[in-house]
Ligand binder design. Structure first.
Ligand SMILES: Cc1ncc(COP(=O)(O)O)c(C=O)c1O
Length: 398
């Protein structure tokens, strides 16, 4: 009856089962919803912008209203990045942007190369498009950097099985490792993509949460590669992270590439966008003001992320065998621990004994044990309490 694009209902893992049965309130250090994180920002001025009377008229532009695309272009200009409105397509979210790009680039059965470790968003999206994800390794021994040679290994594996690679995804900065791609790494990847005939999709939703850029780190791949013009590159961004407004459902794609390939890609993307017209007019009309409001909101969150990371580093200094990765970018902290206890067992024990929820590394496809991933979003007092419980739970296994 049903296609294989959706999984069979009701699948549970040991962690979700344990959570459902947990008898006490849980301190959740996996929470990443910015609208319930108690940030000291009042959303009402942003929400008031949605009442613009022009929103009463429906006159859609498939790629997004020009005024909204200009607002995205100004957002990038404010960050020193050139992205003209003619190369911007609005979507309801970056997840939708992925869906549209997979439709644009991949036929059913084609492969998309994705990084590991990274955020496990794409399995469901790829399943829905009938495309297959093939992982390329980000080596832990080189701070989880993107190596074109490892991407090429993955592309070779795909070719050997008689399939086609449609695109490679980079998450820049990566979630949860915080690693950014360097200009040299992107140059090598771009040459590989051009040579092998696939596109680059660069997920840059954490653009506004960069704390330790190194010289040569790339912020917006579509802008960086514009001059070289070797491969088609699509950079993704959106309100959900940059303005902490995931509920308003607006994201975007910035495209670059050699002509005439770029023009054709944009025309085909416009056709996909026209089939959905999914971005509501009020949010598009409000976009200039929402992005301005979002600047302040993101600033408040950056202060919290830094403060919580410092709390974690201080708390874990009592356990020298545990390494906390520096907060180079993003909303997460990655902990590396001696693998004396299986990740899943450790996470279940922290839940049972400390009423504390953290993510096991395998959730993000870390290559081996043992890693934990924590969200740095919770309120400072909650995070301090969570750190104390974590330290107590980790002491117990010494
Ligand atoms: C790397 C990355 N990309 C995309 C998303 C989803 O963003 P959106 O809400 O715009 O779909 C997330 C969500 O956490 C993410 O971590």
């Amino acid at each position: 009856m049903f296609s294989t694009r959706t999984p069979a209902p009701g699948a549970r893992n040991r962690l979700t089962t344990a959570l459902d049965a947990h008898p006490r309130p849980v301190l959740d250090l996996t929470a990443t919803n910015p609208t319930t994180a108690g940030l000291p920002v009042d959303p009402s001025p942003a929400l008031a912008l949605l009442a613009d009377g022009r929103g009463g008229v429906y006159s859609p532009d498939p790629c997004g209203l020009l005024s909204a695309r200009e607002a995205v272009s100004s957002y990038y200009a404010g960050r020193g990045v050139d992205a003209g409105p003619g190369r911007i397509v609005l979507t309801a979210s970056s997840s939708e942007a992925y869906g549209w790009l997979f439709k644009l680039l991949a036929a059913p059965g084609d492969a998309i190369l994705v990084p590991a470790p990274s955020y496990p968003l794409l399995d469901a999206l790829a399943g829905l498009e009938g495309v297959e994800l093939v992982r390329y390794r980000l080596p832990s021994e080189d701070r989880w950097a993107v190596h074109a040679s490892l991407v090429e290994d993955a592309a070779d594996r795909v070719a050997a099985s008689g399939r086609r690679v449609a695109a490679v995804v980079v998450v820049n900065p990566n979630n949860p490792t915080g690693t950014s791609i360097s200009r040299a790494e992107l140059g090598a990847l771009s040459s590989l993509a051009a040579r092998r005939g696939f596109a680059i999709v660069s997920d840059e939703v954490f653009l506004d949460y960069r704390f330790e850029d190194r010289p040569g780190d790339v912020r917006v791949a579509a802008a960086e590669t514009q001059a070289a013009g070797e491969a088609l590159v699509f950079s993704l961004g959106g309100l959900s992270k940059s303005a902490l407004l995931p509920q308003l459902k607006l994201g975007w794609i910035v495209a670059s590439g050699p002509s005439p390939l770029l023009a054709e890609a944009l025309e085909r993307l416009e056709w996909i966008a026209d089939s959905y017209l999914s971005v509501a007019s009020p949010v598009q009309l409000a976009l200039p003001g929402l992005l301005a409001w979002g600047d302040a909101a993101a600033g408040a969150l950056r202060a919290r992320l830094l403060s919580n990371h410092a709390t974690l580093v201080e708390g874990l200094s009592a356990l020298p065998e545990v390494t906390v990765t520096p907060l180079s970018a993003g909303w997460s902290a990655v902990l590396r621990l001696p693998a004396v206890e299986a990740e899943e067992g450790l996470v279940l024990r922290l839940l049972a004994q400390e009423d504390l929820l953290v993510h096991p590394g395998y959730f993000f496809d870390f290559p081996r044990e043992a890693f934990l991933v924590l969200s740095l979003l919770p309120e400072e007092a909650t995070f301090r309490e969570g750190t104390a419980r974590l330290v107590r739970g980790l002491f117990a296994r010494r």
